[in-house]
Design a protein. Structure first.
Length: 338
């Protein structure tokens, strides 16, 4: 009787695993067929993922672990437009001793959540360099990884980070290194024009007033973020509505994005980093992107949908959710501005 019970339990586990894999694969194929019918390229296959997860140059998992994770993650990664080349590029930044220098165990748990939010590997590497370099912000190595990820999620610009620290650590601010580092991280996440910050502080000697002015001046006031009501507003609007509490609300608000010539969605700072001096004309001509993310039920929703369902907590839920190409995006998988 005990032997029969054990056999039944083993069979139930096998059936459960089979059902899980079958369900995940069915979902992957439905997504793949939809992409093909829409004329879009497929992002990543379970076979490619398994090979990368198993490879010693990848996550170096066991064959069984690699296969199970690949089947589980292929549907979501495909929805997010994640390619195997992108995964490899991201992993090279996270694992490289010259960049994040993560242990392989961290990669096994943290790589895919970052990939699902399509963080730019080159920007992560550049941001890490700006924060870690002794000639720049000079943060402790233990802080650089998490801070780099945080700032890249805000689409902060590495060059602006360097400039902010240089301004805050010199006259007329003359902040100590620790205070200058702290202020740099906060202002870079908010988006702050270093030149305007110095000019305003020189005139007023009021750091709060100078900060408010310089945040308004950043990107010539073009950047907008989505407030609790799900609508996009400029930082001037946030300051007028929330007064002294504007910075907390601004930092919690997701960035507005617009569709560039390559059919992909980018923030205002990303437009400036690519188009440099002519970025505003491209920004003004671009369509607003209807951003989409995958909610806890596995389905794709817009910001409007998140607002209706999650109410005042929608911004937090949105920040944690996997990102998929916007409604107006053309389905191209490699994000390269042209």
């Amino acid at each position: 009787q005990e032997e029969c019970s054990e056999t039944r339990t083993v069979n139930q586990v096998e059936v459960s695993v089979y059902f899980f894999r079958s369900t995940a694969m069915a979902r992957y194929f439905l997504i793949a067929i939809s992409a093909l019918l829409a004329g879009q390229a497929l992002a990543v296959s379970p076979e490619e993922l398994e090979s990368f997860f198993y490879s010693p140059s990848g996550l170096d998992m066991s064959r069984a672990q690699a296969q199970s994770l690949a089947v589980q993650e292929a549907p979501v990664l495909t929805q997010c437009g994640v390619t195997i080349s992108y995964l490899k590029e991201l992993w090279s930044v996270l694992y490289s001793p010259s960049a994040f220098d993560w242990p392989r165990s961290d990669g096994q748990t943290k790589l895919l959540p970052l990939a699902k939010q399509r963080l730019d590997p080159s920007q992560l590497k550049a941001m890490y360099g700006a924060l870690y370099s002794a000639s720049s912000v000079d943060l402790p190595k233990s802080e650089c990884s998490s801070r780099s990820i945080e700032l890249v999620k805000y689409r902060s610009e590495p060059d602006q980070v360097k400039a902010l620290f240089a301004v805050l650590y010199s006259s007329p601010f003359n902040l100590g290194r620790t205070d200058a580092q702290k202020q740099t991280l906060e202002l870079a996440a908010a988006g702050c024009d270093p030149t305007a910050l110095k000019a305003s502080y020189t005139a007023s000697r009021d750091l709060d007033a100078a900060t408010s002015s310089a945040v308004r001046a950043n990107l010539n006031g073009e950047a907008r973020r989505y407030a609790k009501d799900g609508k996009a507003y400029s930082v001037s609007d946030f300051q007028q509505h929330y007064s002294y509490d504007y910075m907390r609300e601004w930092m919690a608000a997701p960035l507005e994005k617009r569709v560039a010539n390559d059919g992909m969605a980018y923030s205002a700072s990303e437009f400036r980093m690519h188009y440099t001096s002519s970025w505003e004309s491209y920004w003004h001509a671009a369509l607003d992107a209807t951003q989409l993310r995958i909610a806890e039920d596995g389905k794709t929703y817009s910001i409007e949908d998140f607002v209706q369902y999650y109410k005042d907590s929608w911004q937090q839920k949105w920040s944690q959710a996997p990102e998929v190409p916007c409604k107006e995006c053309q389905g191209k998988q490699e994000a390269v501005l042209v």
